[in-house]
Design a protein around this ligand. Structure first.
Ligand code: AMP
Length: 217
């Protein structure tokens, strides 16, 4: 199965994606995470992407499309399923993707605007493995430390107020049109989740798995 996770920054798609790939044994391909790893490693790709990401803007399509095309061409993607988290984010990216890969399903994750702001401003990410936590909703067992690998948790620069504002504008202008694009293709499913993950994980994931397997929540 090949799934695209769509939705505004801060909607929780990375958190849901992690659970989905675990249940179905799929690969989790997050373009944001690949960029962050490259920035950390000081690679050429990281250097190209950093300025855009810190400013809350999108990395140019050519760079992002090449990155994904290359990743999906690897052997582990040829034989198994995968979930794309954070790609495509523009219509040209979606069109390019359709030229090298046929996707089965697009899930548009939704939440109310105040929930999105609260999720973004409280998000904490592991420096080492990229796992995501939340200062209030998904607390790690030990403050500031990743449950999964013991790495240090930090707040992404692009989760600070000015960048958040910019990212939400970019989402509305460039990414939201993908909802209509995939609706027209007949592969879009939508789900609204306002509950916090820490307290309602089983219920939330039950609804998402039903949506994937039966087409309804
Ligand atoms: P994310 O972790 O998905 O929130 O992505 C973090 C940042 O990486 C975004 O705000 C963009 O600057 C960049 N990025 C991730 N995916 C893409 C994409 N598909 N196209 C362009 N920029 C992207």
């Amino acid at each position: 199965m090949k799934i695209i996770a769509l939705g505004s920054p801060g909607v929780g798609k990375g958190t849901y994606a992690t659970e989905i790939v675990q249940k179905y044994g799929m690969l989790h391909i997050s373009t944001g995470q690949i960029f962050r790893e490259n920035i950390k490693g000081g690679t050429e790709l990281g250097l190209k992407a950093k300025g855009y990401i810190d400013a809350g803007k999108l990395v140019p399509d050519e760079v992002t499309i090449d990155l994904v095309k290359d990743r999906l061409g690897k052997d582990d993607c040829k034989n198994g399923g995968f979930l794309l988290d954070g790609f495509p984010r523009t219509i040209p990216q979606a069109e390019a993707l359709s030229g090298f890969c046929e996707m089965d399903m697009v899930i548009n994750f939704k939440a109310d605007p105040e929930v999105i702001i609260q999720r973004l401003s409280g998000r904490r990410v592991c420096k080492k493995c990229g796992a995501t936590f939340h200062a209030v909703n998904i607390k790690p067992k030990q403050e500031g430390i990743c449950d999964a690998c013991g790495g240090e948790l930090y707040q992404r620069d692009d989760d600070k107020p000015e960048a958040i504002k910019q990212r939400l504008i970019v989402y509305e202008e460039q990414t939201a049109p993908l909802i209509g694009y995939y609706k027209e293709k007949g592969i879009l499913k939508e789900i609204t989740i306002n509950e916090d993950f820490g307290n309602y994980k089983a219920e939330i994931m039950g609804r998402i798995f039903d949506l994937i397997e039966n087409g309804t929540e």
